[in-house]
Design a protein around this ligand. Structure first.
Ligand SMILES: *[C@@H]1O[C@H](CO)[C@@H](O)[C@H](O)[C@H]1NC(C)=O
Ligand SMILES: *[C@@H]1O[C@H](CO)[C@@H](O)[C@H](O)[C@H]1NC(C)=O
Ligand SMILES: *[C@@H]1O[C@H](CO)[C@@H](O)[C@H](O)[C@H]1NC(C)=O
Ligand SMILES: *[C@@H]1O[C@H](CO)[C@@H](O)[C@H](O)[C@H]1NC(C)=O
Ligand SMILES: *[C@@H]1O[C@H](CO)[C@@H](O)[C@H](O)[C@H]1NC(C)=O
Ligand SMILES: *[C@@H]1O[C@H](CO)[C@@H](O)[C@H](O)[C@H]1NC(C)=O
Ligand SMILES: *[C@@H]1O[C@H](CO)[C@@H](O)[C@H](O)[C@H]1NC(C)=O
Ligand SMILES: *[C@@H]1O[C@H](CO)[C@@H](O)[C@H](O)[C@H]1NC(C)=O
Length: 782
């Protein structure tokens, strides 16, 4: 599938000759009076005083549209369109300026192009702003407050407002990308029709938490920057410092390809548009640039969309129309499809992770087998540690040299239908493919060597670090059914040898070790105490929700027992105890790199619970004792979903030491609604403990140092991080970054805390971390 090129910054909206005809029909007029009118062919627009901007009709498709455009340059450039999604207008319409709005005669579809109350004059200003005044000369409407895809110097994008790209360079109706100035201070790009959550974002200014009323501003020198409530500059998007004179025009636009760019144009007769800045130079970045079941590949800096193996393009000329399977798949009857299908590989390729099962596997062949043996599985993403099974359709696919992901696609073994993609690729594209393949393979090889070296160097004191190299394939995981197994109380008595070996005790119940007799597989059996008096049905429904969660950083629930008032849960057994055992035992403390890996994995588990599983799960009781370590020291979150199963007061009694904050978010004490942000708070406390290798509350220390989360901000603010580091040897820069992440998480105000997705991005070091405010600053000022 080929893509039209976006290499020319602007295409001429209509032929040059036409521009001159139109120019003759334009009127230089600074004040437009009621009753004035325009038609597409004669008196077609009103110019600003300088003649640079015009308001009126311009050619669109096979008709006309009403908008604002740059008339003073040879390449007529549209900066605003009225009712951009309406069909083009025919030549016999008239645009009338009346006191209640600009209306069209004869009406086509709808009559009003712009509506307002009590207009009495209008003006096309030299700034590019078209304004309408009432009799008292107050502005009742202005185009600057209704941006489409473009901002001009002086124009402000207010909080909660967004720009939408155009469909193409010549079609100014709403396209498929947006740029939003969010109410949380972040300026973010998303595809259209997605929620404002990090998983869909493809650009962010990194100013989350910058305030509730942050605005995007555009200065005359091309400087784009964010201001907060108190007009403090919180971030420069572009540096500016360009000539700020009458002879240069700037504009910022989210282009049809999803990237937002700053352009400049000289007003001299030979001037042309040039691109000054762009939000990304990777045209595959915008999510959705390629349609369903296709993936984006950069070739000579241009985005090309390709179909997945076994798929054909729905429309060769339209890259967003996507691809569909070139054969009809028969219904899923839980058959073993090993003989009929095979898995094709695409190196370094990813797409939106909407996996329904996430297996811990370190062998690609095992991942292929797992998908072939599951007729629900149509594709899988394999990344050396996990195998994510997915169903169609796949979105936001792209090749990314930096990722180690391998995409596996299920295709029929004998395809008789020719694969049109490959025919196209055999010609000119082949060379580029080989080069990319070689580069990605060598990068991958280089990356693996680097990784191996760093693991060995950084963790040479930790024996279990070597163990991971030979992670065995656990075949049992391939066959494990999604359904939970019900157990009788007698069975569990046998499994646990009459509840003899107690391995843990918590607020929700006591945990015993047991062994499944048939498979000799160790399990943990939890006997719940203080179970909510709800009926069996609710209990089972809740269990179904928990039972459906599959993530490598969550402890698997295997079965349950419902016997009269008795409620027991059977989990996979974790041989290395809990994070608390690892972190607070001086002889077992992992090295810094290992601890960061653990923190990232815990964050992944919570991200899954909060955003990625079918039903959102709030844990409500995050603490190191509830994070278990498997034999490879991979952390797994346990006890999730229990909040709903236990009596209401049960989830609120985890403060541990009275009078200190412990792990519980402040909103618990304030009877505020509990959201996922309560978990983010508790995660922040655990993160502090992981970073500093000590308990949050430790009365064996001097009183002023006893509570870590009260100590962290003052130390961070005064630059005395040494007090927190203790005796560890760490890179101070990394240490400071992690403290910043933790301080964002433990903000008293839940809305200031980042989402788990954002936390993970910060932990991974892929986004900038703004300076956190004092955790209780907001409340202390109320
Ligand atoms: C254009 O508008 C002006 C005043 O608004 C009017 O005098 C003139 O006749 C119009 N020209 C045409 C061709 O309609
Ligand atoms: C003029 O407008 C009418 C609708 O009012 C429409 O039916 C007709 O086709 C238009 N004429 C042209 C030449 O576009
Ligand atoms: C946000 O700030 C702008 C200008 O600074 C102001 O006009 C607007 O009323 C503010 N909005 C809110 C909700 O505070
Ligand atoms: C705006 O930003 C400045 C500087 O970062 C900060 O001091 C001020 O508190 C912020 N104001 C608000 C209301 O967030
Ligand atoms: C933004 O840039 C201006 C200079 O153009 C500089 O004075 C200012 O400090 C910068 N602000 C930030 C937050 O970087
Ligand atoms: C524009 O181009 C013409 C011919 O290419 C040249 O003679 C003239 O000096 C140029 N003008 C400016 C302002 O660069
Ligand atoms: C391309 O295809 C998509 C989906 O089928 C459709 O929504 C869009 O309008 C098409 N774009 C163009 C330029 O035809
Ligand atoms: C599926 O079939 C293959 C080949 O016949 C066999 O090796 C494999 O064990 C089967 N898997 C299951 C789960 O039946």
């Amino acid at each position: 599938m080929l893509i039209t090129s976006y290499s020319m910054p602007f295409t001429v909206g209509f032929v040059l000759a036409m521009a001159f005809v139109v120019a003759q029909a334009q009127q230089m007029q600074s004040s437009i009076r009621l009753g004035s009118s325009l038609t597409p062919t004669t008196n077609s627009s009103w110019l600003s005083r300088s003649g640079v901007y015009a308001f009126g009709f311009y050619k669109q498709g096979n008709g006309y549209a009403v908008g604002i455009f740059l008339a003073g340059i040879p390449q007529t450039t549209i900066v605003w369109t009225a009712k951009r999604d309406d069909p083009p207008l025919s030549t016999n319409v008239t645009l009338d300026f009346t006191s209640g709005g600009f209306s069209l005669k004869p009406t086509q579809g709808q009559s009003f192009v712009i509506e307002y109350t009590s207009g009495s004059s209008a003006s096309m200003l030299d700034s590019g702003n078209f304004v309408i005044y009432n009799a008292r000369q107050d502005i009742v409407w202005q185009s600057f407050e209704h941006p489409t895809d473009t901002l001009l110097p002086g124009q402000i994008l207010f909080a909660e407002k967004e720009l939408f790209s155009a469909k193409s360079e010549s079609d100014h109706s709403t396209g498929i990308f947006r740029l939003k100035m969010q109410g949380d201070g972040n300026l973010v790009q998303y595809p259209v029709n997605t929620p404002d959550t990090a998983q869909y974002a493809y650009y962010s200014s990194g100013t989350y938490g910058g305030g509730k009323n942050v605005t995007l501003n555009f200065a005359a020198d091309g400087h784009l920057y964010l201001l907060n409530d108190t007009s403090s500059n919180i971030k420069n998007i572009t540096n500016g410092g360009l000539p700020a004179d009458q002879a240069t025009i700037y504009l910022m636009r989210i282009d049809a390809d999803g990237i937002f760019r700053l352009y400049s144009h000289d007003l001299n007769p030979n001037g042309s548009w040039s691109m000054v800045w762009e939000s990304s130079n990777d045209k595959c970045d915008p999510k959705g640039v390629c349609g369903l079941n296709s993936y984006c590949v950069l070739l000579d800096l241009e985005a090309e969309c390709r179909c997945l193996p076994g798929f054909v393009s729905a429309n060769q000329r339209n890259k967003t129309s996507g691809c569909s399977r070139n054969l009809v798949a028969d219904g899923c009857e839980h058959k073993n499809e090993t003989l009929k299908y095979t898995m094709e590989e695409l190196e370094s390729t990813t797409w939106e992770d909407i996996s329904y099962v996430d297996l811990t596997l370190s062998d690609k062949e095992a991942c292929k087998r797992a998908c072939l043996e599951d007729c629900n599985c149509e594709a899988a993403l394999f990344d050396d540690t996990s195998c994510k099974k997915q169903r169609l359709p796949l979105r936001y696919g792209r090749r990314q040299v930096s990722t180690s992901n391998v995409a596996l696609i299920k295709v029929a073994k004998s395809t008789t239908i020719p694969d049109t993609n490959r025919i196209v690729e055999k010609g000119s594209k082949r060379k580029g493919r080989t080069v990319i393949l070689i580069i990605s393979l060598s990068l991958a090889a280089f990356g693996s060597i680097l990784f191996a070296i760093s693991v060995i160097v950084l963790c040479k004191h930790n024996v279990w670090a070597y163990k991971r190299v030979n992670t065995p394939i656990r075949d049992s995981e391939l066959n494990e059914d999604i359904a939970l197994r019900p157990y009788t109380y007698e069975e569990l008595e046998k499994i646990t040898n009459n509840f003899t070996e107690e391995v843990g005790r918590g607020a929700s119940g006591t945990v015993y070790k047991g062994v499944i007799l048939a498979s000799q597989k160790p399990v943990a059996v939890k006997r719940l105490e203080k179970v909510a008096a709800e009926g069996e049905k609710e209990f089972q429904n809740e269990l179904k929700v928990i039972g459906k969660t599959h993530h490598k950083n969550l402890v698997r629930l295997l079965g349950y027992c419902l016997d009269g008032p008795k409620r027991l849960l059977v989990y996979e057994y974790m041989s290395n105890g809990s994070l608390a055992d690892v972190l607070f035992a001086p002889d077992r403390q992992p090295c810094w790199e290992e601890r960061m890996r653990i923190a990232r994995n815990i964050a992944r588990g919570f991200l899954y619970l909060h955003e990625e599983c079918d039903t959102q799960i709030i844990h409500c009781d995050i603490k190191p004792q509830n994070i278990l370590m498997d034999e490879y020291m991979c952390p797994k979150i346990s006890d999730f979903g229990l909040a709903k199963l236990l009596k209401a007061d049960q989830t609120r009694t985890t403060t541990g030491i009275r009078g200190t904050k412990g792990y519980v978010a402040p909103e618990w004490h304030r009877k505020m609604p509990i959201t996922v942000k309560a978990d983010v708070y508790s995660f922040g406390i655990v993160l502090l403990e992981i970073i500093c290798c000590r308990r949050n509350v430790d009365w064996s220390l001097p009183e002023e140092e006893a509570v870590l989360d009260e100590l962290a901000y003052p130390c961070f603010e005064s630059g005395e991080l040494g007090k927190l580091v203790g005796e560890q040897e760490v890179d101070t820069r990394q240490f400071e970054r992690m403290i910043k992440v933790a301080l964002w998480c433990v903000q008293d105000e839940p809305s200031l805390r980042p989402s788990m997705k954002k936390v993970l991005l910060m932990l991974e070091g892929t986004v900038e971390i703004p300076i956190p405010p004092s955790p209780n600053s907001i409340l202390s000022t109320i």
